[in-house]
Design a protein around this ligand. Sequence first.
Ligand SMILES: [Zn+2]
Length: 488
Amino acid sequence: MSGELLINVTPSETRVALIENGSLQEVHVEREARRGLVGNIYLGKIIRVLPGMQAAFVDINLGKAAFLHASDINSKLIVKEESSNHDQVPDIRNLVHEGQYIVVQVVKDPLGTKGARLTTDITVAARFLVLMPNASHAGISQRIEDPKERNRLKSIVTPYCGEDHGFIVRTAAEGAGTEELQHDAEFLRRVWTKVIERKQRKQTKDPIYQDLSLAFRILRDFVGVSLERIRIDSKLTYEQLVEFTTEFVPSLAPVIEYYPGERPIFDLFDVESEIQRSLHRKIELKSGGSLIIDQTEAMTTIDINTGAFVGHRNLEETIFNTNIEATQAIARQLRLRNLGGIIIVDFIDMNDKDHQRRVLHSLDIAMARDNVKYSISGFSALGLVEMTRKRTRESLEHILCGECEVCHGRGYVKTVETVCFEILREIVRVNRAYDADKFIVYASSSVSESLINDEYHNLAELEVFIGKQIKIQTENMYNQEQFDVVMM
Ligand SMILES: [Zn+2]
């Protein structure tokens, strides 16, 4: 597999697109506002010890002092610890003293008047592994259950453990290739060496390690994938990435390019409009058929429809071809939208067993192009294909969209007619309950227009029936389902 990365950087957002065979395959988005300090490692200075609170204030050059509780201090690190009481947290005064330099990691961002919360239990995470400085072995995530897989992972990672660092193999590593895991281990070891260096240099102005931002993380994660070219539209990020890769991912340094183009970088390969399309329910197939993709909390369902059959003599052949084309589109959309969990595919019904088998095979081949773990079951009695795809990041839809304020996820809104009738009923109800002289209805422009025109008769009849005047007022801020009936 070989591809190209396009990186679009703005002060508030970084987006990365992976292009393979000339078309967009993956999109990654990170918004600056959501990035905090969690994970950053600092060489801090203890500025005050608070025995009553069993805590210390630590200066990590953030303006506000950060907070370190005694229970978050790894006592192995502290030489002068003399407590023999195992159950109790040792006295903070025996752990640290004012003026002491200490390596700390942020576990909670500063909030309001509260400073950041720190720990001395440092960990550095990559895609598959977490480096643990205070360990010397390889631990495997409990969520990887298969004993054979656990052994395989352990044997790959153990050689990279050292006296002053071990690794935890994350759940995401299940099924990952040997080379990918080795790259991760090597990367983390290089990072750790840097941290130690900076600590010895007494670097206190900047963090000695900063959790990677998206562009860097992506390059770290693409180690081992052959990328022909990486283009970035920000000069500054370009320079930083060259520096970063030269240091940590040397294989990628030569393919990084600055993109100064007049055209927005995401106009290349039609990336911007592909992203827009990937938020639609419906995807058109070249043959004229289409896919309808629905994401619910429990699962994703994909329905395949044929186009018009005009000009096709052989219906069965057309159905088969549409289903085959759909398998490619399904795999691509699952990856692009980053949909995980249970996926139910409703192919167009095929009676021919051989056709069914070939469709499953084609789906399998298309899915295999992606690195994410998946499984496909055969056709069920109802003709559905059940599959799973490992959840990794959040889906693109969840990153870019929120619930619709009008329909709240229903996907439909009440018709203008339905809302008009609701309003007429509401007037009757209010009129019975209260003593009003007249009514004013506030409604969206489409509803108030309909009340004045289409529903004119009903409205006039109601006025006669209750013997009161009803005024209609357009409220431009209201959506179609919103209205108010006000008494005067
Ligand atoms: Zn809606």
